[in-house]
Structures are given as C-alpha cells and as structure tokens.
Design a protein around this ligand. Structure first.
Ligand SMILES: NC(=O)C1=CN([C@@H]2O[C@H](COP(=O)(O)OP(=O)(O)OC[C@H]3O[C@@H](n4cnc5c(N)ncnc54)[C@H](O)[C@@H]3O)[C@@H](O)[C@H]2O)[C@@H](O)CC1
Ligand SMILES: Nc1ncnc2c1ncn2[C@@H]1O[C@H](COP(=O)(O)OP(=O)(O)O)[C@@H](O)[C@H]1O
Ligand SMILES: [K+]
Length: 527
C-alpha cells in the first residue's frame, strides 16, 4: 500500500527531529535522494555523467535548499551545474555548499530571463526546487515567466521536481498555472497526497519516495493506493467446498432499449471478476441480448425484493425515461445490500445514502450531482480539484464515491480515500465504465460481508466499501493496460477489458503466496 500525506502531516512528522537539531540531517537525506535520482535519470539517457548539464531553479525556502544541496553533490561528480535564484534570498548553507562545489549562480532578473530559459531548455536535467510544502499559491512574477519561457521552448532533457512540482498543492493536487511539468518527482518522507490526485498527478510524472527517517512520526495517511500485495491479499479465493451461491450473486439492473450494450458489458465485467452468479433484471429485449452474449447470466423476472442476491449493480445504460428500471434501481438502493450505482442511477438517488452504496460518476456526472444538491461546482471545478470534489461528494451524500478519470479517486464519507492510476488512456472508450461497474459489483457480492479480510489489511469496516471499489478500479485499469499491451500498445474496446481481467487476477493472486510483495524499505517507485 502506498500511503500519501498532506504537506502539513509531513511537516508535523519532521517536527520532533527538527526539535532535536536534526533539520540539516533531514535536508541532506532529501538532497542526497534527489541527487541519486538525477544520476539515475541521466544514466538512462546518456553514456557519461561527466559534463552533463544541470539547471536548478531555486526558491527562497527549504525546497530551494534541497535543490542547492542536491546540485552541489552533482557538481562534485563533474556535472556542469547552474542555479537560478528566483527570489531575493536562498537557503544560505545550501548556496554556500553549491558555490564550494563549483556551481554557477545566477539571479533571475528580467534581463537575464531569456538566456536562463534557453540554458534550462537545453540542459540535460532541470531541477524544479522553487516551491515545496511551504508554498502559498503558485509561482509568482519572474519565476512564473521563466517557467512559461522554458515550457514554450523545445526542451532537450528531463525535468525533475524536488518534493513536488512548484505550483501544485501538496494536500489537494490543485495546480496554479504555470507549472513546469515534471518527468519525475522525487518526494521526501512520504508521498504527498497532491501527487496522487489530478491535476497534480498530471504534472508530477513518475513519483519516487525518498525515506528521510520520519516514518515513525507519520500519522494515518490522507490517501492510499493499493499495490500488487494489497490486491493479492484482498482478492477473494473460493473455498474448497464453495458453491455458486456461497461465492456471491450479483443482481444487475442495467441497460435499456436505447443502450442494451451497457447491460451486456456490465455482465461481462461481473463474470470476469469471479462472481458466483449474475442475475439480470431488465426489459425483455435487453434480456434477450444478454442471454445471447453471456449465456452464463440468469435472466430473472419479478421485483428486486423477489431476487436473492448479495449485491446490486444499478444504472449503467439507463436513461431518465426508463421508469421500470429506475424503480428497480431505487428498490435496490433501499435494500440494505451493497450497491454500485452508475450512470443513469445517479440522477435518481435519494438525498441521503450510506457507505455501502458506491456511486461511480465521471467528472461530468459528479458536477450534475453537485448541481442537484445545490452546489455550484461545474465540470471544470471538479476536474481542477478532484480530491476535494470526491471527498465533498462523499460527505454530502453519505455514500462511497468513486470519481473516474486517469487517476480514479474513491472516498468514503468519513475520510478513507484511495487513489488508483493503474490503467492507460485507451480505457477512455465507450462501455469501459459499464465493465468497471460490473467488476465492482462482483467484488461487492463476493467480499462485502467479509469485514475480517479488510481489517487484517488495516482497513476499517466502514472503509471497506471504498477499498472494494479501489480494488475493482485497480483490476479494471490493469486489465485495460494488459489488453492494450496484447496489441502492442494499441487501442482496446471495452469488451477486451473484461476478457483480459481473469489473467490479471490470476497473476496478481500468485503474489500473495510468493512473498515478493513485501514492502521495500528503499525508495519506492510509483506507477
Ligand atoms: N522541514 C524540513 O526539515 C525538511 C524540509 N524539506 C524541504 O523543505 C520544503 C518545505 O520548505 P519551506 O517550509 O521552507 O517551504 P518552501 O520551500 O516550499 O517555500 C517557502 C518559502 O517560499 C516563500 N513562498 C511561499 N509561497 C510562495 C509563492 N507562491 N511564491 C514565491 N515564494 C513563496 C515563503 O516566503 C518561504 O520563504 C519541503 O517541500 C522539502 O522540499 C526537506 O529538506 C526535508 C526536511
Ligand atoms: N485518460 C484516462 N486514463 C486512464 N483511464 C481512463 C482515462 N479516461 C477514462 N479512464 C477510465 O475509463 C473508464 C471510463 O468510464 P466512463 O467515463 O463511465 O465511460 P463509459 O460511460 O463510456 O462507459 C473509467 O474507469 C475511467 O477511470
Ligand atoms: K518544487
């Protein structure tokens, strides 16, 4: 599990060590980790380190100090290093160390800006060490102009962000333009939550966590991400004497005359995700198509209450005029069973829900939900602050809310939040969300009542709905990636995601026995 923290949490964890006079030690550890990562990047791009050019953009605080110390280590290894001081001060000891190591220092003035921008654009590595966790707002004045000028040019090398890309909010991932997009972010002491939520994640590139010895002081994380080991541990496995009912039955209320395919794709997602049985309830013409496409599905009649299941999936491919389906969806939501409520069910929700109801909007659907609740957040506002939006939606509705996107966030109403980014942009294809709803529904049916499975993984009973949704998201994303890799990185259709899922499940489950997943105490790369 990757744990991510707010900037405030990390700073508070540093406090006892700072009070013990270890501030310099922390900074040296951070700077050393940053320099090591830069060397690693350079080695993957060129044969020799000697003579490589590094430009570090330096702010006035400790983030700039980290950058200066890191650059001094690089200068000592024979690299051509330039520090651009963006403010009227710089970390004094870091600056002295940099100058001692032979680095060149420039102050950023209006006159010097074009030349420095050209130098940065041509450098093998640019280190962005302007703002860190102490930032208030985005880049100002000259620093903003410099970043715009660098971004406008054809860059030669890589950008490495020190702790976080300057302009990205460490707590929320909200970003104030301009931000220099990083290829790699080297973050200290623990991942910052803002690096694992869009738009922060858009700017962060790959994320590398450098431990600096504050782990024992860190509180409960603000955000978590399931990795292989967690997925392996949380996935259900049928008992030797399992039968289809004990493995979990998912009831599916999806599809309509207009969108019959959504029902098929939701059922295919569910079948691929290990459920004992899928029961389908819907219009006869859709049921006919479901039977033809997925003969494993049992098409039922009768009301929701008359069909015995362990979880419901409602809403995929349903519109506002599908009154009979909407009535079924409302009954399922009121049933006390776990429910995944997707697409067409979202506008038909009661005002107050419970965490075992998992809503799966994309940004546009979440904006519509907010508008119905009397909040003015439009799609742009949701996309500009996904973490705040998903948490707000969960608090307001009382449900578990999953916000779909390149990074998918899941939040329980009382704070447990997951971030998954396992997929590929090829997942943005019609029907992909229907498959996801099917996968999550299947997992709700199989594991929803198994509180112990989650508590063993440190997840509270009320947080397990979010964990199940995150688990489904991880499988769906990985299956999409595998399906695309199977066609050499080419496009995929939604059905392929379902087809690829069982093998992903099998591969990741094997890890739970091998011990290969044990937490690495060294720097951990995130996907
Ligand atoms: N506390 C510690 O001991 C450690 C801190 N570390 C580094 O220190 C950083 C935090 O350092 P600071 O608290 O000094 O904060 P920052 O370096 O993020 O920035 C604060 C400084 O920038 C100025 N500033 C704030 N907002 C600004 C804006 N929008 N435009 C221009 N200037 C602005 C402030 O006046 C202040 O001087 C972390 O991100 C990390 O890189 C690491 O070295 C690990 C140890
Ligand atoms: N750029 C992207 N990168 C990775 N995954 C994405 C991206 N865009 C969308 N997705 C994923 O694809 C799925 C799309 O779902 P949705 O928007 O409901 O599509 P549909 O309604 O067509 O089924 C979600 O799981 C979402 O997280
Ligand atoms: K930075």
């Amino acid at each position: 599990m990757i744990s991510a923290y707010t900037g405030t949490q990390v700073r508070a964890a540093e406090e006892p060590l700072m009070a013990a006079g270890l501030g310099d030690v922390l900074m040296h550890r951070a700077a050393h980790g940053l320099a090591k990562a830069v060397v690693h990047e350079l080695k993957s791009h060129r044969d020799r380190l000697n003579g490589a050019s590094v430009v570090v953009l330096v702010g006035t605080g400790n983030n700039g100090g980290d950058g200066l110390y890191a650059a001094s280590f690089l200068a000592a290894r024979g690299m051509r290093t330039t520090a651009v001081l963006t403010g009227n001060a710089a970390h004094p000891a870091g600056l002295a160390a940099f100058e001692r190591a032979g680095g060149r220092v420039h102050r950023l003035t209006e006159a010097a800006l074009p030349g420095l921008a050209a130098e940065a654009a041509g450098a093998d590595v640019v280190i962005d060490a302007v703002l860190g966790t102490g930032a208030k707002g985005g880049l100002r004045e000259n620093a903003a102009d410099l970043v715009r000028a660098i971004t406008d040019k054809d860059r030669q090398g890589v950008v490495v962000a020190c702790d976080l890309p300057s302009g990205v909010d460490a707590d929320t991932g909200a970003a104030v333009a301009p931000v220099l997009p990083a290829d790699l972010t080297v973050t200290f002491g623990g991942a910052k939550a803002g690096l694992l939520a869009d738009p922060g994640a858009d700017h962060a590139g790959r994320v590398l966590i450098v431990p600096i010895g504050i782990d024992e002081h860190l509180p409960q994380p603000s955000l978590r991400r399931l990795e292989d080991a967690d997925i392996a541990r949380l996935l259900p496995h049928p008992a030797r004497r399992a039968q289809k009912y004990s493995r979990g039955v998912l009831g599916v209320v999806a599809g309509s005359e207009d969108y019959p395919g959504a029902a098929v794709l939701a059922c295919r997602g569910a079948l691929a995700a290990g459920v004992g049985m899928v029961r389908y309830l819907g219009p006869p013409s859709v049921a006919h198509l479901v039977r033809l496409s997925c003969p494993e599905v049992v098409c039922s009649t009768g009301t929701v209450a008359e069909n015995r299941v362990q979880a419901w999936l409602v809403g995929s491919g349903m519109g506002p005029r599908d009154h009979e389906q909407l009535t079924r969806a409302r009954e399922a939501i009121a049933s006390d069973l776990p429910v995944v409520a997707d697409a067409g069910a979202l506008p038909a929700l009661p005002a107050m829900l419970a965490p075992h109801v998992v809503l799966t909007p994309h940004a546009g659907e979440l904006a519509s939900l907010f508008q119905r609740l009397g909040h003015g957040e439009d799609r742009e506002a949701v996309e500009a602050g996904t973490l705040g939006a998903v948490r707000h939606a969960a608090e307001r509705t009382g449900a578990t809310v999953l916000l779909k996107g390149a990074t998918t966030l899941v939040s329980a109403p009382w704070g447990t939040t997951f971030s998954q980014a396992d997929g590929t942009a090829w997942l943005a294809t019609a029907g992909s969300g229907d498959v996801l709803a099917g996968v999550i529904g299947a997992l709700l049916a199989q594991t929803g009542s198994d509180v112990g499975r989650f508590s063993k993984a440190g997840i509270a009973a009320d947080g397990r709905w979010a964990a199940i949704a995150a688990l489904g998201t991880a499988l769906h994303g990985r299956a999409g990636r595998a399906a695309s890799e199977a066609v050499s990185g080419g496009p995929i259709t939604a059905g392929r995601i379902a087809d690829a899922l069982p093998e992903i499940w099998g591969k990741v489950s094997m890890l739970s026995n091998s011990g290969a997943w044990k937490r690495n105490s060294h720097s951990q790369p995130l996907r």
